[in-house]
Design a protein around this ligand. Structure first.
Ligand SMILES: Nc1ncnc2c1ncn2[C@@H]1O[C@H](COP(=O)(O)OP(=O)(O)OP(=O)(O)O)[C@@H](O)[C@H]1O
Ligand SMILES: [Mg+2]
Length: 343
């Protein structure tokens, strides 16, 4: 029997989040109603923007000098904090992805072991757990890049294992994935890397593709960097370029595999802000594998702790952070003494 899963996360989004980002900024006192009205007017009249108000409103408010970029990001973070606490008090959300008794053996080792997991729609979920615990393998199952030996993965009410190739491709188009390694093509410059999924999967005119690519590069603060090649970028810039490539298709579900691994604390923070900014503008369902513990608890609504191929705990971020489970406590503290033996 099909579990209760929301079919269309966008519809859920409209019901749950009726107010726009601009209205949120006004409500939280970051800008005045007059400033918002002026920014919307500028967007519509001077920039000819009609359907992308959400994506550009922050930018326009900055250009008009009504708010600085760091102040805007801070407002978005505080909004996310409010949502995180509200979700803790009343953790209601539709499920968009569900794992049902999923088993996967790789090279003779059971990597996923009767894995049952639910990912809430239009929320940020962090998947945490020790290295080798099956986090990346789990993410690959969500997009059908790996198939379970047993059990089923459901996306929006559809069982991936029972879908035709065509239907599965349709489900895949709802996703974008930032791979753990970034996976940029070394032989392509940043512009062509980001344009790649649009050129492969759409018939958009080249001019529109280039416009969308530049827009995404600006969103990740890589505006004007399109001519650079991956080996000319720092680690943080490569991650941001990979994020731009994940965003360019405007996915409904964004999967991020360790977007902050190997980055300094400031760039890590910047990537977290970027994730928050993206979420606030788009309300995509975001699933983020992260080792940035405990920082990641501040940047997500929901946490899943994966351990030995199973879900050890899942729930609102605040609840998991305060867990008294010895394994979770040890993982958060990084203590060598405890139920997890690594050496
Ligand atoms: N394609 C594959 N073939 C064989 N074994 C694999 C494959 N992919 C992953 N594994 C194994 O599955 C286990 C889980 O790997 P996974 O990459 O999911 O770990 P992880 O939790 O993402 O770890 P990390 O935090 O280090 O990225 C590991 O033992 C790994 O060696
Ligand atoms: Mg991994």
């Amino acid at each position: 029997m099909s579990p209760t899963i929301v079919q269309n996360a966008s519809a859920a989004h409209q019901e749950s989040f009726p107010i726009s980002i601009g209205e949120q900024l006004v409500q939280s006192g970051c800008v005045s109603a007059g400033q918002l009205a002026r920014a919307l007017e500028v967007q519509t009249k001077e920039k000819g923007v009609s359907d992308q108000k959400e994506a550009l409103i922050g930018k326009t408010l900055i250009e008009l000098g009504y708010i600085s970029h760091p102040a805007l990001l801070n407002c978005l973070f505080h909004q996310l904090t409010r949502e995180r606490v509200a979700y803790h008090l009343d953790p209601q959300a539709e499920t968009i992805i569900r794992f049902e008794n999923v088993e996967k053996t790789l090279d003779g080792r059971k990597v996923l072991d009767q894995l049952n997991m639910a990912i809430p729609a239009n929320k940020i979920t962090a998947i945490i757990g020790i290295s080798g615990g099956g986090k990346s393998v789990t993410l690959k199952h969500m997009v059908g890049l790996m198939k379970p030996d047993q059990g089923e993965v459901w996306v929006g009410g559809q069982p991936l294992g029972k879908l035709s190739v065509r239907a599965l491709n349709g489900v895949r188009r709802r996703f974008s994935m930032l791979f753990q390694e970034g996976a940029l093509f070394d032989s392509l410059n940043v512009m062509d890397n980001v344009a790649f999924p649009l050129r492969e999967t759409t018939a958009l005119p080249e001019a529109e593709i280039l416009e969308r690519v530049e827009g995404c590069l600006q969103e990740v603060n890589l505006g004007g960097m399109g001519h650079k090649y991956p080996d000319e970028l720092s680690g943080g810039m490569r991650k941001r370029a990979a994020l731009a490539r994940a965003l360019v298709t405007r996915p409904e579900i964004l999967l991020l595999d360790e977007p902050t691994a190997g980055l300094d604390p400031i760039i890590e923070n910047a990537i977290h802000y970027l994730m928050c900014d993206t979420f606030m503008r788009t309300r995509y369902t975001i699933v983020c594998i992260s080792h940035a513990v405990p920082a990641i608890f501040d940047w997500c609504h929901h946490v899943v702790v994966l351990h030995r191929g199973r879900v050890l705990a899942s729930g609102p971020s605040v609840e998991i952070r305060n867990s008294t489970d010895p394994t979770i406590k040890q993982f958060i503290s990084g203590d060598l003494d405890g139920p997890i033996h690594v050496i």
